[in-house]
Design a protein around this ligand. Structure first.
Ligand code: NAD
Length: 250
């Protein structure tokens, strides 16, 4: 599978799952915008990738973007169009999580979660589709196993990921007319900074025990599913949610 000639925006690609996706896309020949909440982190991530993969400046660009801010999202999309004149792949991956019970959650907790995970995805997709509808393309949203099964003390996060699944299926129906495919990947537990901040060692061991493949994923274990969904090999696949969770949820 290759992505030669394709341009990709991967949100949340300064670290974690998004970073692994960006690297596999670059190795597969795509031009990639590395995006994160802080511009300096995007620049650092880009420099690291350039050195590791021996990538030239014309194949990669760093962008600082705030998923809560419409104007900032519009600027991100404009920068990519100015540099590469097209967007073939959008990975809506930036996200936050939290482990809070319903009664411990404030209004601000709910708004923050939906602002970033849900409205950030909707706004980014809208801004990208303005251009992508001319060429067709592939949109891939990062969901979660808790967006399929729910999660105790994760009601805000889980409901944001159920919303991601709804966005995926609704936009697959709406955007098929432009040859835009919309799919999602639902990871299980992945060793990233996000996971380390929220999952205790005890929870981690319990999740490993419950996973048929008996381990946690590394970010690179997820990237293959995103490559398939971005490539022409998945040209008749839309509206799906691919679980990459070691069999944890079935
Ligand atoms: P991470 O915390 O390592 O990385 C998150 C990325 O999102 C960073 O690049 C960060 O800059 C970006 N981001 C966060 N808030 C932002 C904002 N307001 N504006 C712009 N960018 C912002 O997380 P990760 O574990 O790699 O998770 C990536 C995605 O995968 C998320 O959507 C997460 O919900 C999902 N996910 C993760 C796991 C897991 O176990 N790690 C499991 C299921 C789903």
């Amino acid at each position: 599978m290759n992505l030669e000639g394709k341009v990709a925006i991967v949100t949340g690609s300064t670290r974690g799952i998004g970073n692994a996706i960006a690297k596999l896309y670059l190795k597969s020949g795509a031009k990639v915008a590395i995006c994160g909440s802080k511009e300096e982190n995007a620049i650092t991530a880009m420099e690291k990738i350039k050195e590791e993969l021996k990538i030239e400046n014309d194949q990669i660009m760093p962008i600082g973007v705030n998923m809560k801010d419409t104007q900032s999202i519009q600027i991100m999309v404009k920068k990519v169009i100015e540099k590469w004149q097209r967007i073939d792949i959008l990975v809506n991956n930036a996200g936050i999580t939290s482990n809070k019970s319903l009664l411990d959650s404030t209004d601000e907790d709910f708004y923050e979660m939906f602002d970033i995970n849900v409205f950030g995805t909707l706004k980014t997709t809208r801004e990208v589709v303005k251009y992508m509808k001319e060429t067709g393309g592939s949109i891939i949203n990062t969901s979660s196993m808790v967006g399929i099964n729910g999660g105790k003390n994760q009601v805000a996060y889980a409901s944001s990921k159920f919303a991601i699944n709804g966005i995926t299926k609704s936009l697959a129906k709406e955007l098929g007319q432009y040859n835009i495919r919309v799919n999602a990947v639902a990871p299980g537990v992945v060793e990233t900074d996000m996971m380390k901040d929220t999952v205790t060692e005890e929870m981690k061991q319990m999740l490993i025990h419950m996973t048929p493949l008996a381990k946690m994923a590394e970010p690179k274990d997820l990237a293959g599913a995103y490559l398939y969904l971005a490539s022409n090999e998945s040209c008749f696949t839309t509206g799906t949610i691919i679980q990459v969770d070691g069999g944890l949820v079935m």
